[in-house]
Design a protein around this ligand. Structure first.
Ligand code: AMP
Ligand code: MG
Length: 492
């Protein structure tokens, strides 16, 4: 069965009271064209990878026909942007089309980004441009295939409808898939408006939809213990997610609380960046002048954001100390997860006390030598350690490399793997291919001229980033100088 026939929707959000959203249809785009479609994401919806599917999606994603069974609506939420509370944020340009249930019984939100103005658009035009849709499409599929929790992307459609940014661009849409589109900012909206009944309704709905399987939840639902269990799980997932970003060298760029998913997905891709050269102070968002969302700040900001969510949940609790107790777990969960991931990257099976120092010293070396983060780990995974490796020496050209390698080799003597097994294991967690900024930029520039092939080529490596792709070796190389200096801002 093809889900596009629309028999299998369960639109639970649209059954909530009307103060949670406004119902409205997408505003049509003119002369729509499909830019790209992810058959891998399409499988989640049991879509056939067929010409007819693509035709139908093009009409649906341009607002020119409805997905049968959908009930489009703009969700209401607010949030903290760059540390300040903004009482009204969205949905300004996206619509939740509905919740599709696939053959496996999984429910997937369909969210159309760039669907036109809503009552919450403020001064915005409700649109998205082609470059930002391609960036979200590539990144969400890239993170997913790296094993990092994320929303997915089904397709991108562009059109002849003009959209005015610094220049005139093509109005485009992205169809996003996620198990939930509820953000921290949804809870903040009802808290700051002192609508505590609605806040409770939202929390109970969220728990019922997404946290019911937590051990003990059924018996505790609606009590302090139940809300604490829910909040603890959000804290745990957030800390874990950010540890994964740090290990992958990924910076989100706009960690406002409206861009934080309640189920712990990487959410709302804007001026994100994968690091090329390792740099603690990497700032991927050109508009982030203070460096609030710099790479090194992400774990701390994740904690702060969880704190804002905790604050918004206070009215649910009789004993609000339970919130702080749950939040206090964040640093430990983060550190444990991050350390484990980094030891995996180094091929170390068991953890020893000095390992954290080994990791810290390595990162300092990578920082000081402006070394390519991804290439370093992949190279370290690719040669026997009893040989000297010129490639490694070129990558991390620094006096600290030799002493660090000596310490690492000593440490490996206590590792229960022979060198081949170490390499094999490391290659499973150290990607050869990441979505480098300049690669995304090249694909965008071609797509803006109507050539979409580069997106497809790039997707081939991003969908199996740990494998070798002899035809696409060039995607694994260090960026050219111009590619390191690209600037990406919030304008999208
Ligand atoms: P972002 O920084 O992209 O997460 O956007 C923050 C909020 O502004 C979101 O809730 C969007 O819905 C809204 N927004 C962003 N761009 C536009 C736009 N062009 N028109 C209307 N609303 C927008
Ligand atoms: Mg957002």
């Amino acid at each position: 069965m093809n889900s596009l026939d629309g028999r299998n929707f369960d639109n639970t959000y649209s059954r909530l009271p009307e103060h949670f959203y406004t119902r409205l249809d997408p505003t049509p785009l003119e002369k729509p064209r499909l830019v790209t479609y992810s058959a891998s994401a399409g499988q989640l919806l049991n879509l056939e990878d067929a010409h007819e599917t693509r035709e139908k999606l093009t009409r649906i994603c341009s607002g020119n026909s409805a997905w049968p069974g959908s009930e489009p609506l703009a969700m209401v939420y607010s949030g903290h942007q760059f540390g300040s509370y903004n009482p009204q944020l969205g949905d300004g340009r996206g619509l939740l089309l509905g919740e599709l249930v696939n053959i496996q019984g999984e429910k997937w939100d369909l969210h159309l980004k760039g669907a036109g103005q809503t009552p919450y658009s403020r001064f915005g035009d409700g649109r998205a441009v082609l470059r930002s849709c391609i960036r979200e499409y590539l990144a969400s599929e890239a993170l997913h295939h790296l094993g990092i929790p994320t929303t997915r992307a089904l397709c991108v459609v562009t059109s002849d409808t003009p959209v005015y940014r610094e220049t005139t661009e093509a109005g485009s849409t992205l169809l996003r898939l996620a198990r939930s589109h509820i953000r921290f900012g949804h809870f903040e909206y009802y808290f700051y408006n002192k609508r505590y009944e609605a806040l409770k309704e939202l929390a109970d709905y969220t728990i019922e939809q997404h946290f019911q399987d937590l051990e003990g939840m059924e018996a505790m639902a609606g009590s302090d213990a139940g809300y604490q269990l829910f909040y603890s799980e959000v804290v745990r997932r957030t800390a874990t997610l950010i540890a994964r970003w740090q290990a992958a060298g990924f910076a989100h760029g706009v960690m406002n609380t409206d861009n934080m998913s309640i189920i712990g997905d990487t959410f709302d891709y804007g001026p994100y960046g994968f690091m090329d050269d390792f740099n603690w102070h990497y700032i991927c968002n050109h508009s982030d002048h203070s460096g609030r969302y710099a790479f090194s700040q992400q774990p701390e900001i994740g904690y702060w954001n969880c704190g804002r969510l905790g604050q918004a949940l206070i009215p649910l609790f009789e004993n609000s100390e339970l919130i702080q107790n749950a939040l206090d777990q964040y640093p430990q969960i983060y550190t444990q997860t991050y350390t484990r991931l980094m030891l995996d990257k180094l091929g170390l099976v068991e953890e020893e006390e000095e390992d954290a120092e080994l990791v810290r010293d390595l990162l300092q070396l990578l920082h000081d030598s402006h070394c390519d983060y991804t290439l370093f780990f992949r190279t370290l995974s690719s040669f026997p350690l009893d040989q000297t490796n010129e490639q490694l020496e070129q990558l991390a050209n620094h006096p600290s490399l030799a002493p660090w390698l000596d310490t690492y080799k000593e440490r490996l003597k206590r590792n229960p793997l022979d060198d081949q097994a170490r390499q094999k294991r490391m290659k499973l967690v150290n990607p050869k291919y990441i979505l480098r900024n300049y690669l995304a930029q090249q694909a965008i520039e071609k797509a803006e001229k109507g050539d979409y092939q580069e997106i497809e080529n790039l997707m081939k490596v991003l969908m199996s980033p740990y494998d070798e792709h002899p035809d696409f070796e060039h995607y694994a190389e260090q960026p050219p100088e111009w590619g390191k200096k690209l600037e990406v801002s919030c304008s999208s």
